[in-house]
Design a protein around this ligand. Structure first.
Ligand SMILES: [Zn+2]
Length: 547
């Protein structure tokens, strides 16, 4: 007798096979059998519904949240059964007690996490990576978790205050390498870094990994080669070329995930050039994928923390400033002229590209401005749009809330990216940027919007991209497909309804702080290791991966 039988579901095996109606039986947390008329202690009638492997979210930032919220809200409710943490190298281990405050301030700046939330929330019961993983395993989690070793944390640990300021010496690189290998032995899934100019830490300094030279990256990715397993993931700035990443892939023999490939309407070819370069590398025997998003990147922001602009070279003078000095800078004519000049030049990758008709006023004391775009307000006033936005914000002590539709809004292009053989559906950024946007429901959006509404992919192909593709890439064994013997990580949903609901603001972070979320639509059940009640924390900290 099986523990559970899900009866008459359209089975999507995660491997791309056409759906077929059958029963799926679970015993001891694993898929026991797929067939007809199976019997179990518990049955779930699934007529008209579809059953797929749980979603593997390969780009999350739950490293901090996991220490206070083992439920990893909201991802499990959105069909995610495995989350990869530590992306972009923004981990919280290793970390000495004296550096905790700096790490939290960096996360506040780079990932838009509230400093008060982090101070109230993070349980610092670790210093090293192995002890961090031990702590997660001991405290338990609702879904399965796999963690990267993070480059910026290694740098801070080894180089202290110099980490965001200079290149590393050979001795420092050797120490980072040893820590990386220690993390790999403790069960890390790979090594993550960022060279993106959008990634700035406390006081406007670059996140430490951005100071790494090519020799440092070669040495650290080489350590993965020495370990004989592990994925290298990088969020790249425009100066990092795919050809260099291919060199790293070739020298180490390790898979490489190249993030963040977002479509930019002002330079529409850039993302396809990167995907093509990755496809050619694969033709030469490498294993590389370009991390793309199936969601338009739209952000709520205020000028108090304008992530949207902080990657601009011309914005750097404002980054370290606070209070009145910061406001004076935003008012300065020369500062604004420099920003305008930079925005008028084309860029390979830039979050904001002067699409003023896609920047909307969400909350303002001037009610007549709400729901209007900066472009429209500027035309009506016969003024420059940057002046209009900054003056409005300055009048309101920077409290004005704006929304910018930044990237990935060209649906034709995104459909092509989703079908590209070198792309990896990714970039939910779950756990980060909590007040800016929430794409933790990216998988449901892929199934609803891109499969059902737009027909850009077949259901079987979309499911494959959400399950066996990432599981295979990361060496996650026995998950990501509906096959006997595989873990019963399951998502039961209604293909006619599935999707993510409208954005909502909820106040459930430590201290009652807000975050954005999108409720699941058409989800009928999520099981992790065969358990539906995720409060029982059935997830595992994954620490063994195949090469
Ligand atoms: Zn990230």
């Amino acid at each position: 007798m099986h523990d559970l039988v899900i009866r008459n579901a359209a089975i999507l095996d995660g491997l791309g096979g056409e759906p077929f109606v059958a029963d799926l039986a679970v015993r001891d947390g694993r898929i026991a059998q797929i067939g007809k008329s199976l019997a179990g202690k518990e049955t779930v009638a699934a007529d008209g519904l579809a059953l797929m492997p749980g979603i593997v979210d390969n780009h999350t930032h739950y490293d901090a949240q996991l220490t206070w919220d083992p439920l990893l809200a909201p991802s499990p409710s959105l069909g995610v059964t495995t989350a990869v943490i530590g992306n972009c190298g923004f981990t919280i281990a290793p970390c000495r007690p004296a550096d905790r405050d700096l790490v939290m301030k960096n996360l506040t700046q780079v990932e838009g996490m509230s400093l008060e939330v982090l101070r109230a929330g993070i349980r610092w019961e670790f210093e090293s990576i192995p002890v961090y993983f031990e702590m997660l395993a001991r405290r338990g989690c609702a879904i399965n978790v796999a963690g990267f070793v993070g480059h910026s944390s290694l740098r801070s640990y080894v180089m202290g205050a110099d980490a965001p300021r200079r290149a590393a010496t050979p001795d420092e690189v050797a120490r980072m390498r040893a820590l990386l290998l220690e993390g790999m032995r403790a069960g890390a899934v790979g090594f993550a870094t960022s060279t993106s100019p959008a990634h700035n830490g406390d006081g406007g300094l670059p996140m430490p990994s951005r100071l790494a030279d090519e020799a440092e990256l070669r040495a650290l990715v080489g350590a993965l080669g020495e370990a004989g397993r592990g994925v290298f993931m990088l969020t790249k700035g425009g100066q990092t070329k795919v050809a260099f990443l291919e060199e790293l892939a070739a020298a180490s023999g390790r898979p490489v995930v190249v993030a963040a490939l977002l479509h930019n309407s002002t330079n529409p070819g850039a993302v396809f050039q990167d995907l093509e370069a990755i496809a050619q590398a694969n033709a030469r025997g490498r294993r590389m994928l370009g991390a793309i998003s199936c969601c338009p990147l739209s952000m709520d922001f205020t000028l108090r923390s304008p992530y949207t602009f902080e990657g601009l070279e011309s914005w750097q003078p404002a980054l370290p400033l606070k209070g009145e000095a910061y406001k004076a800078k935003l008012a300065e004519r020369a500062f604004r002229d420099a920003v305008r000049a930079e925005l008028s030049r084309p860029a390979h990758f830039r979050l904001f590209n002067a699409q003023w008709d896609q920047v909307e006023v969400v909350e303002s004391r001037r009610k007549d401005a709400e729901q209007r775009t900066i472009g429209a307000l500027a035309r009506a006033a016969g003024r420059d749009p940057l002046d209009v936005m900054l003056d409005l914000a300055l009048e309101e002590d920077l409290a004005t809330v704006f929304n910018a539709m930044l990237l990935n809004s060209d649906e034709h292009a995104v459909g092509e990216m989703l079908r590209h053989p070198a792309s990896l559906v990714s970039l939910s950024d779950a756990g980060a940027h909590l007040t800016f946007f929430n794409d933790a429901g990216f998988g449901l959006h892929l199934l609803g919007h891109w499969v059902r509404e737009r027909g850009a992919l077949t259901l079987a192909e979309a499911v494959r991209k959400l399950s066996s593709v990432p599981a295979g890439l990361f060496g996650i064994r026995g998950r990501g497909a509906l096959k006997p013997g595989y873990a019963a990580d399951l998502l039961l949903f209604d293909p006619a309804a599935v999707g993510r609901g409208a954005k909502q603001r909820v106040f459930d972070l430590p201290g009652g702080h807000p975050r954005l979320t999108t409720p699941p639509v058409g989800v009928h059940g999520v099981w992790v290791n065969g358990v539906r009640d995720l409060q029982r924390l059935p997830g595992q900290v994954l620490r063994e991966f195949s090469a």
